[in-house]
Design a binder for this molecule. Structure first.
Ligand code: ZN
Length: 461
């Protein structure tokens, strides 16, 4: 039996800052959790399901009335911290041991969030009592307060809270299920695999079409031991599907993510997410991608904005030119194309307003989308694409060199890459030898999953 308490509410906002209102995020996390416990067949009650003001007495009454004064009831009070720290922490009652709190933190850590500590806090005026009423007034239930991160963190909590709060909520659900030794199944659509009897890393890797090394790296496994019911993240080796179109916006003096989001009728967190930004600070000249389904361009649209169009099966330049009210010659010119052959997935610029800017502006760097794979590091990637670690850090607004598998990087390529048009009789091995490179490198740069080539296909070497 679970009681989920969304901290604060109504006239009590809790902590506020950096676009996060604690009471709202608490409720979002709590609703996610309640739905999941319901799915998993665990009795669950919430102290509030709306933006309601609750005084401590009301809150305690709702907790104690849900399933009675019962030590088997687990109370999870959800909060967002403030005070400038970084990471998650859990407070547990003086009457309990730390097992559940530790399990919650250990699951949250697996999502990538930093964890601080599990602790108890005593009332200074009576050290035999808990400091917080949510523990003090709810005996004999097992009451934990989970603080998921700091909304005024100087590090990465703010972005993580905006993007990954569902993962944190899921981590708590999983920890509670394990604590109670109840069967856990991940949410529908999650990129996870649950280990079954008879599985091995090899059999799982084969069935998922990844390597054992990739599987181990994605799950931070240091050995090959698996336990039944263990949840493995499936390494994402392919680009996530995209909608095909986005608007490129170049940051100007005075811009902020907030002003750009407002102009384009989207949200800061959507922009952060879509551009894989690790901070909300921008630099002049930085290019921000704006998802086209929300991109209603501002009235005073700066010239030189392009839509990026990803070539689909069956496309040709004539059809694309007609669709975007331009000509084949103009498309070839703004994309520096030397032939009108296209390859599937190729990204080309199309004029956002159907007009080509009259004078070409300073040549902006081209970018290649790269999905980080097991074993990658920035130095190796920079070398492979003939760029520098700093250029990659800047292009992605990254402040650290650490990468995670599946992360999407924009790799600046200063020159138009060498291309090769496949001819009859060619194969990847011969082409690789001719250009003094490797089959793997060519496949990598062109997103090829097999060695099959088609005549006329354009390869980036
Ligand atoms: Zn709070």
């Amino acid at each position: 039996m679970i009681v989920i308490d969304a901290g604060h509410g109504g006239s009590d906002s809790g902590a506020v800052g950096n676009g996060i209102i604690e009471k709202d995020l608490n409720l979002e996390i709590s609703q996610y959790m309640a739905n999941r416990f319901q799915e998993l067949g665990v009795p669950v009650t919430m102290t509030r399901t709306t933006d309601e003001t609750l005084n401590p007495t009301d809150r305690v009454n709702r907790i104690m009335n849900a399933y009675g004064a019962n030590p088997n009831v687990i109370v999870i009070s959800n909060h967002i911290n403030a005070g400038g720290g970084d990471g998650a922490e859990v407070i547990y009652a003086l009457r309990n041991n730390s097992t559940l709190a530790d399990m919650i933190l250990s699951e949250i850590a697996k999502t990538g969030q930093n964890i601080r500590r599990a602790y108890q806090r005593r009332l200074p005026s009576d050290p035999s009592k808990d400091y917080y009423f949510i523990q003090r007034e709810t005996s004999p239930t097992q009451a934990v307060t989970v603080e998921y991160g700091f909304l005024d963190s100087p590090l990465d909590d703010v972005t993580q809270l905006k993007n990954f709060s569902d993962d944190y909520a899921e981590a708590v659900v999983k920890a509670v299920m394990q604590y109670r030794r109840l069967p856990y199944t991940p949410p529908e659509g999650a990129n996870v695999y649950v280990v079954k009897s008879g599985d091995s890393l090899w059999s799982i890797a084969r069935s998922l079409n990844v390597t054992v090394e990739e599987l181990k790296a994605a799950n931070n496994l240091s050995n090959n031991l698996l336990t039944i019911g263990q949840v493995l993240r499936i390494p994402q080796m392919e680009e996530p599907p995209t909608t095909g179109e986005y608007v490129v916006y170049t940051v100007k003096a005075g811009d902020s993510l907030y002003s750009i989001a407002r102009n384009y009728n989207t949200t800061v967190s959507e922009l952060v997410d879509f551009n894989n930004l690790s901070s909300t600070s921008l630099s002049i000249g930085q290019q921000i991608l704006i998802p086209s389904e929300v991109a209603i361009p501002p009235v005073e649209q700066p010239s030189g904005d392009y839509l990026i169009y990803r070539v689909q099966s069956g496309d040709n330049l004539y059809a694309i030119a007609r669709r975007y009210n331009t000509t084949v010659n103009e498309l070839m010119s703004i994309n520096n194309l030397s032939s009108n052959l296209l390859s599937l997935g190729q990204e080309i610029r199309v004029p956002a307003d159907g007009q080509v800017p009259t004078e070409p502006s300073v040549p902006s760097p081209n970018y290649i989308d790269y999905i980080v794979k097991s074993g990658d590091n920035l130095y190796a990637i920079a070398r492979r694409y003939n760029t520098t670690v700093n250029d990659i850090l800047n292009a992605n607004n990254l402040s650290s060199n650490s990468l995670s598998i599946g992360q999407r990087l924009r790799i600046p390529v200063s020159d138009t890459p060498t291309t090769y048009v496949v001819k009859s009789g060619d194969n990847l091995y011969a082409i690789a030898r001719e250009f003094n490179t490797t089959v793997a490198s060519i496949k990598n740069k062109n997103g090829l999953k097999t060695n099959n080539l088609s005549i006329g296909q354009i390869l980036i070497i």
